[in-house]
Design a protein around this ligand. Structure first.
Ligand code: ITT
Length: 192
């Protein structure tokens, strides 16, 4: 079965391709001939994830899944959360990370997590959601060049390097995206 992954983020697409391997035949938005931005108008990852999947399903009537994800920093009241992609007012990853680092006071907890909410819509329009979480902490400064987004300031629990310093193999074994995708793949197996 072919499923469209409804993202405009090339890094997410690459990660998802690496994680699912041959278990899902993945179509990108480019593959289905879609090149617009998908609206994200809500205040929760759950709603935005659903909105992205529904937007593409309504136009193409094919099985789709979307990922809305974000960084939740405890000392910042779980911000940037749903505003992770544009936290500094732009998509500039360095500016976004600098904003998080500058908002944390020396005495604050560095506890944080990445959370992903995947929405799957089957060919008959039935919707399911799957959550994935990786706990960790915010580093004192940016380190590493791999990955994307906030990877240079996120140290996953059990490691002492950031996601941007760890290999993609390690990240793709423990990440929020991997954990949500695992549930989706299990669901697809159980319903096929
Ligand atoms: P789509 O909506 O088109 O999928 P997007 O980049 O806008 O792409 P989101 O709205 O879900 O995606 O925003 C998530 C942001 O959270 C993303 O742009 C990154 O800044 C950050 N993020 C999510 N997962 C991440 C990861 O694994 N590593 C680092 N940053 C991540």
């Amino acid at each position: 079965m072919k499923i469209c992954f409804t993202t405009n983020n090339a890094h997410k697409l690459q990660e998802v391709r690496e994680i699912v391997g041959d278990s899902i035949e993945l179509l990108s938005l480019t593959d289905i001939g879609f090149s617009e931005d998908i609206p994200e108008t809500h205040e929760t990852l759950e709603e935005n994830s659903q909105e992205k999947a529904q937007y593409i399903f309504d136009r193409f009537q094919i099985p789709v899944f979307s990922d809305d994800s974000g960084l939740e920093v405890s000392a910042l009241g779980n911000k940037p959360g749903v505003h992770t992609a544009h936290y500094s007012g732009s998509r500039d990853a360095v500016a976004n990370m600098q904003k998080v680092l500058s908002e944390l006071n020396p005495e604050d907890s560095r506890q944080a997590r990445f959370r992903a909410v995947m929405t799957y819509i089957s060919s008959n329009g039935q919707l399911s959601q799957f959550e994935g979480i990786v706990e960790g902490e915010i580093a004192s400064e940016m380190s590493g060049a791999d990955g994307f987004g906030y990877d240079p300031i996120f140290i996953p629990e059990g490691y002492d390097q950031t996601f941007a310093e760890l290999s993609s193999e390690v990240k793709n074994t423990i990440s929020h995206r991997k954990r949500a995708l695992e549930k989706l793949v299990q669901f697809l197996k159980s319903t096929s």
